[in-house]
Design a protein around this ligand. Structure first.
Ligand code: NAD
Length: 299
């Protein structure tokens, strides 16, 4: 039996609609409009697209969008001063610095300069500490979006074996923490893991966040597995015409869908959930900063 497709685009539309309603309630009940500041250093084309989409979707959700574009040769000191100013700015509830930043800057120093309460990317060590301790904090957007897709697909995850490929701070580790919180038995694999195929075959839920095109083959999937493909890899696609490219995930989609019970496509799977979760984090951060109970917004 061929597996079903987990339509991340539609899930994200539904989530953004709920966020818009809650934001409208926040504005009408409390007179507070959430503000999200996005800082982009340089002119990386992919980052430009992400930042533009974030701005559009922030406004569509009824929030204030502030964009700061700094030249490639901006000093780290100047960027950190910019971040500190945003920390102080009362109308800014969430701060996101678009990564990657130019090589002369320390990504970690930037992350640690953002106030944990405004860290809507959820990467500050204070927030990763909260997540690791099972406490409330800002959860990184892509892992949060992945976990939402899994829960909306499967419901109760208790006792299921979740295999996570990848152990980055951005994706793999936080996804593993979220699935542990949902009472999964979690196996985290990485570049040194032996017998990767056998481990994948034992999964009820398989999350691939590696960055290697189609690493996971169809015969690595046991019947009934739910697959979340976080990978985004751009490959040449001469079949589409000269100079054309295509996006593929970390899973061989056509091979895996024959065995999986459900699978996210690339594109159109996890990707759209990332910005939706960024908006959710901005809304939650606004509530926390103003001592407003999030549950009162009708979300
Ligand atoms: P990363 O390079 O920081 O981490 C990759 C991880 O994969 C590492 O932990 C490494 O140990 C592991 N790995 C490498 N080779 C492996 C192998 N052969 N077997 C098992 N594990 C192996 O990457 P990242 O930032 O975690 O991103 C992973 C992928 O997710 C990338 O394709 C990235 O583009 C994508 N991504 C997507 C979104 C989204 O919105 N959908 C967001 C962030 C990242």
């Amino acid at each position: 039996m061929v597996g079903s497709i987990i339509d991340g685009k539609q899930h994200a539309i539904n989530l953004r609609e709920r966020i818009k309603i809650a934001t409208d309630n926040l504005i009408s009940k409390y007179g507070i409009t959430p503000g999200l500041a996005v800082v982009l250093v340089g002119t990386d084309p992919a980052s430009e697209i992400y930042v533009r989409n974030k701005g559009i979707q922030t406004k569509e959700a009824g929030m204030e969008s502030l964009e700061f574009r700094l030249p490639e040769d901006t000093s780290e000191e100047k960027l950190l001063k910019n971040v500190k100013d945003l920390n102080e700015n009362q109308s800014v509830n969430g701060i996101l610095v678009q990564f990657p930043v130019p090589e002369h800057m320390s990504q970690q120093r930037i992350i640690e300069t953002i106030l944990p309460s405004k860290d809507v990317d959820g990467l500050h060590p204070v927030n990763s500490g909260y997540l690791a301790s099972g406490l409330k904090g800002m959860v990184p957007c892509t892992p949060q979006g992945s976990a939402l897709l899994i829960k909306e697909t499967l419901g109760d995850l208790s006792g299921l074996h979740a295999v996570v490929l990848g152990r980055s701070n951005l994706v793999g580790k936080p996804i593993a923490q979220l699935l542990l919180k949902e009472n999964c038995t979690v196996t985290v694999c990485h570049s040194r893991t032996k017998n990767l195929k056998e481990v994948c075959l034992s999964a009820d839920i398989l999350v691939a966040a590696v960055g290697i095109p189609e690493l996971v083959k169809g015969d690595w999937i046991s019947p009934g597995t739910t697959i979340i493909d976080v990978g985004i890899n751009r490959l040449d696609a001469p079949e589409k015409g000269p100079g054309k490219t295509k996006l593929v995930g970390d899973v061989d989609y056509n091979g895996a869908i024959k065995n999986a019970s459900s699978i996210t496509p690339v594109p159109g799977g996890v990707g759209p959930m990332t910005i939706a979760c960024l908006l959710l984090n901005t809304l939650i951060a606004t509530c926390e900063q103003n001592n407003i109970e999030f549950s009162k917004l009708g979300f």
